[in-house]
Design a binder for this molecule. Structure first.
Ligand code: GLC
Length: 719
């Protein structure tokens, strides 16, 4: 074992000869150490780490996963899985995020940097034992120390490098469905949104925009004059976001296939031939994204669509998803043949069923293909979790070459730690279930701890049928997630906001309008978190270490000012809320009337009408707001509004930039420092602008702890 000090609080233990995942961006200096801190290690064919937990310890993290924010009580497997049924018994979802924090008397963070399968048994088999089983003996393990869970998270994020900055319009509402089949249908969606005055920034093109599901093609029949269409839609205020899938259709004459074959860019089977699997188009090859040349080639394939005016993409099926392979199908058919005309008993009947059920995404298939890494063949199974990561990296690196200073929208389904440098993630195929709204709420801080700030779920649920109130309640939560997209599966009830009754449309419209009002705050908090390598969503425990707050899983801190307590139960007309300190409730109704209420620390039952979004403003903090508009570019932020809940003194740094380029990395951004101080019976307010000049006036409303409201308009001082 070799040990390195990465920085003061981060130690890296290298065991054997691990694969360089490039998750961590910092090198360390060698130090002397014989044992991994905190853990008892057993090394056989696999490596097993054990830790005895204290009964009060909380385990945060593990990114995209099932169950609670506190991961105790479950078993989690890091193995990117295309499994659309996220029932609580599932151990893997689409991402593999091997970072967690042990938060108790003894506190530390752990990142297991191994891209094959890793199992975390967090007090399931033995209630106080954390057991990590790593499917190899070649691994890098990072132990991160820090004063508390938030600091440990920050220490960890600091070694991962710069996160991904989406364009500002990607913070608008996004409308999707599998699929809007042709230009007329897309245009109709745009018209319905406009007619109903529902703000929206983009409309998605799911797999049917392509010709026979071939990547980087456009169905000429359904989308004739694609470039004109893209630009016409942009003039109406909508960007089109096409999907790109991992598998490349096997078809003579199809350029992507031909070039991939000619240059050996595809993954190989054990005989050294391009590996064949079946996905949407039938048989495909998988580009070998672990090979830098193949990555470059695939990344530059996005260029034609970019030349047509496309500014954002979603990368899908990149676990990679496999519907079947010839081998797998053959075995299942043989079982069926031998079962023919037989009197099947329970065992043989189940065997028959399982042979078909297990055909998709089978371990055997993942073990049967190879990547070429520095001239050597490496089995996919050992690198499985790096596939989606490197597909998204291919795209991001392509964009960098095609248009280096431009920010593109990009997110992926599969991911691994470090992928947040290239794009965001969405949480895959959820259901229109209340349980999945709650799962979405609990998952967001865990994703943030692993670096994924630009993320969100399919609002309203992908599979299944959504009803009006679930659509409303989910939208009321999603207005806080940086990626805010309504997406649904083929054959399900239509769930665009305009697909409902008039009253529901009105509530959805005003909720989405509220999102647009919140954009100055959301963008400011997102970008500050990105630049400081910090989180945007936090569990209450990260700010309030008292025992009660540490256990709250259905309320979140959003940025530095807000706490939210979403409604996630059917037919609920209210909910219990725990306030870890005195806060100001801003209950926003559909007419956007603010219902301010100073609420004391403690438990409260809060009535929340279906049309209402409750927002809490923390003490001595401020919320910056703008006016709403039909899309992000239509927003006028020369004058902003602030709601401040102040006892004695408060300050806020409002961040903004051009939202389009990477110039902010060169210091080209705006910062307005707002300070409020109580002097005698009056509040003194000062707003000073540093950097680019964008805001002229602030309309500030100060609410004090007795509930008194004072309004003041102040000019921003420019230096
Ligand atoms: C996958 C994606 C889903 C998409 C569908 C069709 O299931 O997760 O979002 O709509 O494929 O492309």
């Amino acid at each position: 074992m070799k040990v390195y000090e990465i920085k003061q609080y981060v130690t890296k233990y290298t065991i054997g000869q691990p694969f360089a995942t490039e998750a961590v961006m910092q090198e360390g200096k060698p130090i002397q150490k014989k044992q991994i801190d905190y853990f008892q290690v057993e090394e056989k064919e696999e490596l097993c780490l054990k830790y005895k937990m204290d009964s009060e310890d909380i385990v945060w993290g593990l990114g995209e996963n099932q169950r609670g924010m506190n991961k105790r009580g479950g078993v989690y497997e890091s193995y990117c899985s295309d499994d659309p049924n996220h029932t609580p018994d599932k151990k893997s979802l689409y991402g593999a995020h091997n970072f967690f924090i042990m938060d108790g008397e003894v506190g530390f963070g752990v990142f297991i940097d191994y891209p094959g399968k890793v199992t975390f048994d967090v007090g399931f088999t033995h209630k106080d034992i954390l057991e990590i089983t790593i499917g190899t003996t070649d691994v890098d393990i990072y132990i991160i120390k820090g004063e508390n869970a938030r600091e440990i998270t920050r220490e960890f994020l600091a070694i991962l490098g710069e996160g991904y900055a989406p364009p500002k319009w990607a913070f608008g509402y996004q409308q999707s469905r599998w699929s809007y089949r042709d230009a007329q249908e897309v245009e109709k969606v745009a018209e319905d949104l406009l007619y109903n005055r529902i703000p929206c920034d983009s409309i998605y093109l799911d797999i049917d925009y392509m010709e026979d599901y071939k990547d980087f093609t456009i169905s000429k029949e359904n989308f004739p004059n694609f470039r004109d269409f893209v630009n016409r839609m942009k003039q109406k205020g909508f960007r089109l976001i096409p999907i790109i899938d991992a598998g490349v259709k096997i078809e003579e004459g199809y350029d992507v296939y031909e070039e991939g074959i000619a240059n050996n860019y595809f993954c190989l089977d054990k005989k050294g031939k391009p590996f064949v699997a079946a996905v949407w188009p039938g048989k495909v090859h998988f580009p070998d994204f672990l090979n830098p040349e193949a990555r470059k080639w695939f990344g530059l394939k996005y260029k034609d669509l970019i030349n047509d005016g496309i500014e954002g993409f979603w990368n899908d099926m990149n676990e990679p998803a496999i519907f079947y392979t010839e081998e797998g199908l053959k075995e299942a058919i043989e079982t069926a043949e031998t079962s023919k005309n037989k009197n099947l008993d329970i065992h043989s009947f189940f065997h028959l069923m399982d042979s078909f059920r297990g055909i998709s995404n089978s371990l055997k298939d993942y073990q049967s293909f190879y990547h070429r890494v520095e001239g050597e063949l490496v089995n996919h199974h050992e690198l499985h979790n790096l596939y989606g990561y490197n597909m998204t990296r291919a795209a991001a690196e392509g964009f960098e070459e095609i248009d280096p200073n431009k920010r593109f929208l990009l997110f992926s389904r599969a991911s691994y730690i470090g992928m947040h440098r290239y794009g965001g993630i969405w949480t895959g195929d959820n259901h229109s279930w209340w349980q999945h709204l709650l799962l979405n709420i609990k998952m967001m801080p865990s994703l943030n701890m692993c670096g994924f700030l630009y993320s969100g779920a399919d609002t309203g649920g992908f599979s299944g049928e959504v009803n009006q109130q679930l659509m409303i309640r989910w939208t009321q939560f999603s207005i806080f997630t940086p990626l805010f997209r309504n997406h649904s599966a083929m054959g399900t009830r239509r769930q665009e906001p305009f697909a409902f009754d008039g009253e529901t449309i009105e509530v959805l419209r005003s909720t989405i309008e509220l999102r647009y009002k919140l954009i100055p705050y959301i963008y400011s908090e997102y970008m500050k978190a990105l630049l400081k390598k910090d989180v945007y969503f936090q569990p209450l425990a990260f700010q309030y270490p008292d025992e009660r707050s540490r256990r709250v899983e259905d309320q979140l801190l959003v940025g530095e000012t807000l706490m939210i307590a979403p409604l996630y139960e059917e037919n609920a007309i209210g909910r219990y809320v725990w306030l870890p300190e005195e806060m100001l409730l801003w209950g926003v109704h559909k007419n956007h009337e603010g219902n301010y209420r100073v609420m004391e620390k403690g438990d409260h039952y809060l009535e929340v009408a279906l049309e209402e979004t409750p927002i809490f403003i923390r003490k001595n903090k401020m919320l910056v707001l703008g006016k709403t508009g039909l899309n992000v570019e239509a927003l006028d932020h020369r004058e902003l509004q602030m709601i401040a809940f102040v006892d004695t003194k408060a300050s806020y740094i409002y961040y903004d930039d051009d939202g389009k380029t990477k110039e902010f990395r060169n210091g080209n951004y705006t910062e307005i420092i707002v300070e409020i101080e109580k002097v005698g019976e009056i509040f003194k307010i000062k707003a000073e602008n540093r950097g680019n000049r964008t805001v002229e006036k602030l309309h500030v409303e100060v609410i004090d702890t007795r509930g008194n409201r004072r309004k003041q308009t102040i000019d921003v001082i420019h230096d």
